[in-house]
Design a protein around this ligand. Structure first.
Ligand code: NAG
Length: 349
């Protein structure tokens, strides 16, 4: 009797546990910029690259991959937390094929933005082109899994967008064209219109689980602080305010789309407060430096300027919120991913 009861319990346990151990989200499919590019830029002709040391020195095998980090990026940690795989490959990386991409892939390109004019600046992959690659991916996936399985997988997969910083910091506030055409408020609307069209397109193509990031406190990136030297290298409040307002507008649009598009679930990933909390209280998170980056002097180096021969590069990137002057360290990426997985992304687990 006792043994029977135990067996029954074990059986019941297996029934309950089996489905949850196989992931609810079978793949994370990523679009965006350097925050989520695992190396697509390695395969294109641009100066914006990071597939050399010291990038990747804390990645598996100490390998530089084209991630703008000393290690993994947030989407790698999200994929891992979802029980899928520890790193998401770049779509253009010839080492991988559709068998790998079926469980997660990134179309992101460092330096890109919502605005076509942003990707033109450093000749990186425009956002619309990421959608073209995604269509190609879908047709390969249908060839690999068959139509029905592929459609099911796509509807269950998390489609994650992380983009927008470069539209302001590389484009609007640097070059004259957009700032003469649009007020900053109108430019936000322009970008959010592109985001909204992109998500509608994903919906038409079968996506049902979507996450889109707002902007982080972009005025606190070390490179921006460096340009604010007359104010003691403080965060640039104007940029932070743009980010906050952008996030409010984006949230409004996403709320409307959730009501309009039947069966879709779109969440916004708001990292603004968390990142600012880290910058204001670095020691609470185990950091020692919130203002300058690990690589080089920490004030301006990124991409080719972040050089392995620079004697000033820090020895322990875990003590820094920023790895280079424009990008978070692996530890920051982990904290952000962990936070998102436990908050906004909970609905997909
Ligand atoms: C960006 O460029 C593509 C390709 O030329 C075009 O189809 C699209 O409409 C452009 N987007 C905007 C917002 O102008």
């Amino acid at each position: 009797m006792a043994i029977k009861a135990v067996l029954l319990l074990v059986f019941a346990y297996l029934l309950v546990e089996m489905p949850t151990t196989s992931a609810m989200v079978p793949a994370v499919i990523v679009f965006g910029d350097s925050t989520v590019d695992p190396g697509n830029n390695n395969q294109i002709s641009t100066v914006l690259k990071s597939n050399f040391a010291p990038y990747g020195r804390d990645y598996f095998g100490g390998q530089p991959t084209g991630r703008f980090s000393n290690g993994r990026i947030a989407t790698d940690f999200i994929s891992e937390a979802f029980g899928i795989k520890p790193a998401i490959p770049a779509y253009l990386d010839p080492k991988y094929d559709i068998r790998d991409f079926a469980t997660g892939v990134s179309f992101a390109s460092a330096g890109t933005g919502y605005d076509n004019a942003t990707s033109d600046i450093l000749s990186v992959i425009p956002f619309w082109k990421e959608m073209e690659y995604y269509r190609e991916y879908q047709s390969k996936l249908r060839g690999y899994l068959g139509n029905d399985k592929a459609s099911h997988l796509l509807s269950e997969s998390l489609h994650l967008l992380s983009i927008g910083t470069n539209d302001f910091l590389e484009n609007y506030y640097i070059l004259p064209t957009r700032s003469s055409q649009y007020s900053v408020d109108k430019y936000k609307d322009f970008l959010i219109g592109i985001a909204s069209n992109f998500i509608r397109e994903l919906y038409k193509l079968g996506a049902r689980k979507v996450a889109i990031t707002g902007l982080a406190p972009i005025g606190c990136l070390p490179l921006e602080r460096t340009t604010n030297i007359i104010h003691g290298s403080a965060c640039i409040e104007e940029y932070n305010n743009v980010a906050k307002d952008f996030n409010v507008k984006l949230q409004g649009t996403i709320t409307e789309m959730n009501q309009e598009l039947g069966g879709i679930q779109i969440v916004t990933l708001n990292t603004y407060d968390k990142v600012l909390e880290m910058i204001h209280n670095p020691t609470r998170f185990g950091f020692e430096n919130a203002e300058k980056a690990c690589c080089g002097t920490g004030y301006f180096e990124m991409s080719y300027l972040c050089d392995r021969r620079n004697p000033l590069t820090c020895s322990d990137a875990n003590k820094y919120i920023f790895w280079d002057a424009f990008h978070p360290s692996e530890k920051t990426n982990f904290i952000i991913a962990d936070y998102l997985v436990k908050t906004a992304l909970v609905v997909f687990r």
